[in-house]
Design a binder for this molecule. Sequence first.
Ligand code: RIB
Ligand code: CA
Length: 318
Amino acid sequence: MPRKLILDVDTGTDDAVAIMLAALHPELELVGCTTVNGNVPVEHCTDNTLRVLDHIGRGDIPVFEGLARPLVRPDFPLPRRERDLSGRYHPDTLPVPPTALRKQATGAVEFLIETYRTATEEIALVPVAPLSNIAAALALDPRFVQRVPEVVIMGGAHALGNVTPSAEFNIWADPEAAAMVFAAGFAKITLVPLDATHRALITREHCTELDALGTPAAQAAAAFIGHRIVAHDEHQKQAVPHSTPVHDALAAGSLVAPSLITTRRLHVAVETAGVLTVGRTVIDTHFRGRHAPNCDVAFDADAAGFAALLMRAFAAKA
Ligand code: RIB
Ligand code: CA
């Protein structure tokens, strides 16, 4: 039976690849997408999500719009936004056709709370964006934490940063929300930080292969990833020439192929006060703190396996 999941996204190129993977992989059932402020303002995240789903023939998957701001810092962060890593297309809108699809009337946080309150089967929660929606659900429903069986988060970093020297964007963009999520006591959290996503690089050659598959998803993935490669070549060169991490898709992929990532069970907390370190995931790799582990943290990833997973999933028509 396919694994059910909800993707919480700030769509964005790598979110878009994750959405297509979750919507098209035969062993995954994407119950819904929730959107949140992040790469672009939330209304554009929602529009991009709807466009992508329509483009691949999965307009049946509902999209729920969530928070437009971080939980407690209305003016923080200054938007990094995807335009910094955008390549050449309009910064807020992904290069797929406009859609007549509309978001659901219900908001993302209400959808999350109600879905888990009434769920009769396990649904994994996969946030690949700032954790504002998830923290809001925790704040509104004291039982939310017990009702979610598994959380897979793309975010954070140990040996790297991308938005500051010490912090990764998703955690930095709403540090109080992230701190709440890691401290909440979820039964199972898998964290897929930059340390792992930067080990699963997708190259220009992979994009050529994807494009040649000829399906809407494969060609869109080639275009999105191609833009990422241009931007990374310019701003954040990777270990492999002309390549890019596709962070969110690795996190989604690990749900169906856990061997894609190599994890260690560790305690993770989030810095909310440090002037230089706000938004840092403090990962206790040497068990120096007093806290029991709360996460399976990925430090490595299978690059070839990840590329093969994308090829297989996008070769098929919806
Ligand atoms: O730092 C990478 C993360 O930030 C990804 O989820 C990307 O989509 C942005 O949200
Ligand atoms: Ca994202």
